[in-house]
Design a protein around this ligand. Structure first.
Ligand SMILES: Cc1ncc(COP(=O)(O)O)c(C=O)c1O
Length: 385
């Protein structure tokens, strides 16, 4: 054989089989069939192996089964971002003419997708209060198909009464979807609370290292076929290297979450008693108006919370506080090892005494809490002066 042909057809015996702890990263469009008979079987939908790159390569399948088991779900699929998991899932379950309810404190792009994309497809979206519960009944129409929840909302931290909502939804055959990113699969079990579909932005805690974008959707048995069929049609799959990184992240999730939880609570408690701070919005603090609901449904809390100040400051003065922080990066997203801080004035899901207040949101990372507190103290002191 000419050496050039040899380059293309390297004998398989030259590929050393090494049992590394981590699975090898498979990259591929074409996946070779063992035989013509298997190829024919694949055409008839009777082949058990992987048929093509879009048929979910091994890393993706391993990640999906890890998440499925962690969530106690029947089926899990991963997507190239959290928002694509959300939008693809909504697309999988709606039909033209449907009515969709979304909690007011949901991640902004979720609502934008519902209004702008589903709206064009003949689906009507209506928001429900950020702390909705059994009062959801008043919002239901004969054509209500989906109730989309995010509890707590990742900006304003109101909780929905999930079991009260899912009880009503089940009676009426309405599909409930929960964005469970804040609690992770470890600290809230959506299926135990009657939710049909659980979504995570893997980008946050499951990855944990701020180096990829990914999302997941997991369902109960009753909804597995709908998701699997929609996924197979759309083929919005995840990149092999990202799946590999997410698999690395998920292995340390329990350890990291313990630390995020403990550090965030320490910081939140000190901020709660700080003379310049008005309110700390953290469901695991007894001062949170829905703390009892949190205690009933959640097994823990994560590192993301917000606070408001007693006084409002001009942007330039607030900027001096934020810019002085050495350990808090200024940037979107959360759930990684580095602490982050952002400010904003949410227009939705921010009622009563919080209206018009600047919300300061922190994602507490894996730095020592004493160092984070010292950093925040020196920053807040600039506001006092
Ligand atoms: C609660 C929540 N869900 C979903 C997303 C979207 O995730 P991604 O950034 O992976 O698209 C975010 C992003 O910030 C979020 O905060």
């Amino acid at each position: 054989m000419h050496p050039f042909s040899g380059l293309i057809h390297a004998p398989e015996s030259l590929i050393p089989a090494a049992r590394t702890i981590n699975p090898p990263t498979y990259r591929g469009s074409t996946v070779l069939f063992p035989s013509h008979a298997d190829f024919v079987k694949a055409g008839q939908g009777e082949y058990d192996g992987i048929t093509y790159g879009t048929d979910r390569l091994p890393q993706q399948r391993i990640l999906e089964s890890a998440l499925r088991d962690l969530e106690g779900a029947a089926l899990t699929r991963v997507f190239p971002s959290g928002i694509s998991a959300i939008s693809e899932t909504l697309l999988a379950f709606v039909r033209a003419g449907d009515h969709v309810l979304v909690c007011e404190n949901a991640y902004g792009p979720t609502l934008r997708f519902c209004n702008e994309v589903l709206g064009r497809l003949g689906v009507t979206t209506q928001t429900i209060p950020p702390d909705a519960g059994a009062d959801i009944a008043a919002y239901l129409r004969p054509e209500t198909r989906i109730i989309f929840l995010e509890s707590p909302g990742s900006l304003t931290f109101e909780l929905q009464d999930i079991p009260a909502i899912t009880k009503i939804a089940r009676q009426r055959g309405i599909v409930t979807i929960l964005d469970n990113t804040w609690a992770t699969p470890l600290y809230l079990d959506p299926f135990e609370l009657g939710v049909d579909v659980s979504i995570h932005s893997i980008t946050k805690y499951i990855c944990g290292h701020s180096d990829l974008l990914m999302g997941s959707t997991s369902t109960t048995e009753a909804h597995a076929e709908t998701l699997a069929k929609a996924y197979a049609c759309r083929e919005i799959y995840a990149a092999p290297e990202d799946c590999q990184l997410a698999l690395r992240g998920i292995k340390t999730l329990p350890l990291r979450m313990k630390q995020h939880q403990a550090s965030a609570l320490t910081v939140a408690e000190v901020l709660h008693d700080h003379p310049l701070v008005d309110r700390v919005l953290h469901p695991a603090l007894p001062s949170h108006p829905q703390h009892e609901l949190w205690k009933r449904d959640f097994r823990g809390s994560s590192g993301l919370f917000a606070f408001t100040l007693k006084n409002e400051y001009p942007e330039s003065i607030l900027g001096q506080f934020i810019d002085s922080l050495q350990l808090f990066g200024i940037g979107y997203s959360w759930g990684g090892f580095m602490s982050l801080i952002t400010t904003g004035q949410p227009k939705r899901g921010f009622a009563g005494p919080l209206q018009g207040k600047t919300l300061i949101r922190v994602s507490i990372g894996l730095e020592e809490p004493a160092d984070l507190l010292a950093d925040l103290e020196q920053g807040l002191a600039r506001l006092a002066g």
